[in-house]
Design a protein around this ligand. Structure first.
Ligand SMILES: NC(=O)c1ccc[n+]([C@@H]2O[C@H](COP(=O)([O-])OP(=O)(O)OC[C@H]3O[C@@H](n4cnc5c(N)ncnc54)[C@H](O)[C@@H]3O)[C@@H](O)[C@H]2O)c1
Length: 351
């Protein structure tokens, strides 16, 4: 059996999902890990029995034994590392978002074309079982044409601090961090229509609310109080086929509770991916709510990451194209950047 030799760049929180999933894939040899923080990289190397530890990703990329890399670093480094990795002859799985700007995204796409290497964007929700279930109904035409989607991912207290709230390193707040997931999954299920216009709003009213006591929340590996990102973003995205997508996402908001919902509506039926898998349709003049009988009705983090990594490994070894290719990373960057641009200019952005 041919094996894929893999290196992981960035040894923080999300690398754990990549490393666990690679470890469980018998076609993978985990060979190297890299982080600016040497102790962090060493700890992960010990845990996963990885031989080579680097603090400079260029050194990892110079290792000719490595076939593919996962990029699990801050958003501001994704484009630079992806381009260097592709040029060094490696296949690339890059965490979401693909990068921070459309220009960077196009540069990454161009490098994929020039090198002939594979790049998969870590749109992990595409790899969830529940997404696969809805996709089967969609592909069979049972929901008809999807003309509207609505996505919400509201944290009332959940600014992770550290690099997440440092615009230079993240590129933005909840929109680029959480919005990227829900915008992508709606767009993917809608059949990836071409974006026509975007109208967005961002607000930085509440700050990181680090003053709040008696309620804990997720903090990034290198938590600090610096915060110059939005705490709420909302947008209306119109597509060339007439379909539209409404989205709102927050790091902090005076909401009664956290909320996640992802819904798509077609002319024959609708579907809810979150908060719980459901399909809505009409039969014999009666509206039917269908609840699939499956292990998990909501997003299963571990399953989705395993499936994402297995897909990446399979594509690298077979030469097949991933279901989340670089071109989709570019389109999603167009939407995200247009929301920020629209919010800044106070007008709709037309494509
Ligand atoms: N798919 C998901 O659901 C999901 C969830 C969380 C994070 N992410 C993405 O994963 C990436 C990392 O997020 P995280 O939560 O693991 O952050 P983190 O802060 O826990 O880890 C990031 C690590 O990258 C290292 N790093 C930064 N620049 C580097 C460089 N040039 N070379 C080597 N190491 C470098 C940092 O030292 C840090 O250890 C982000 O792009 C984030 O958007 C995705």
């Amino acid at each position: 059996m041919s094996k894929l030799t893999v290196g992981v760049i960035g040894a923080g929180s999300i690398s754990e999902q990549h490393l666990n999933s690679y470890e469980r894939n018998e076609r993978v040899k985990l060979n190297a890990i890299c982080d600016l923080d040497e102790d962090r990289a060493q700890r992960k190397a010990k845990k996963y029995g990885i031989k080579k530890v680097y603090t400079n990703y260029h050194d990892l990329l110079a290792d000719s034994k490595i076939d593919a890399v996962s990029i699990c670093t801050w958003n501001n480094t994704h484009a630079e590392i992806a381009i260097a990795a592709l040029k060094a002859g490696k296949h690339v799985l890059v965490e979401k978002p693909l990068c921070q700007t459309v220009e960077q995204a196009l540069e990454v796409e161009q490098t994929v074309k020039e090198t002939g290497k594979l790049l998969q964007v870590g749109f992990v929700r595409r790899y969830a079982n529940n997404t696969g279930i809805i996709k089967k109904f969609l592909d069979a035409g049972e929901l008809g044409d999807i003309y509207y989607a609505k996505a919400t991912c509201l944290r009332r207290l959940g600014n992770p601090g550290g690099w997440f709230s440092d615009k230079t390193r993240s590129g933005g707040g909840p929109l680029i961090d959480l919005g990227v997931h829900v915008i992508d999954i709606c767009w993917y299920l809608m059949g990836r229509p071409k974006v026509k216009s975007v109208s967005g709003n961002t607000y930085a009213k509440l700050g990181n609310r680090s003053n709040v006591q008696n309620l804990s929340f997720y903090k990034s590996a290198d938590y600090n109080l610096h915060n110059d990102v939005e705490d709420l973003a909302s947008a209306l995205i119109r597509f060339e086929n007439g379909a539209s997508l409404m989205v709102d996402v927050s790091f902090t908001l005076h909401a009664k509770k956290d909320e996640i919902s992802v819904k798509i509506f077609g002319d024959k039926g609708g579907a809810e991916l979150e908060p719980e898998l459901a399909i809505v349709t009409e039969k014999h003049n009666t509206i039917i709510n269908v609840q699939p009988q499956v292990d998990s009705l909501t997003f299963d983090f571990v399953q989705a990451f395993q499936s994402e990594i297995d897909h990446f490994v399979g594509c690298c070894l077979s030469g097949e194209q991933p279901i989340s290719p670089v071109a989709d990373g570019v389109e999603v960057m167009k939407m995200l950047c247009a929301v920020y641009e629209s919010a800044e200019k106070g007008c709709e952005i037309q494509f």
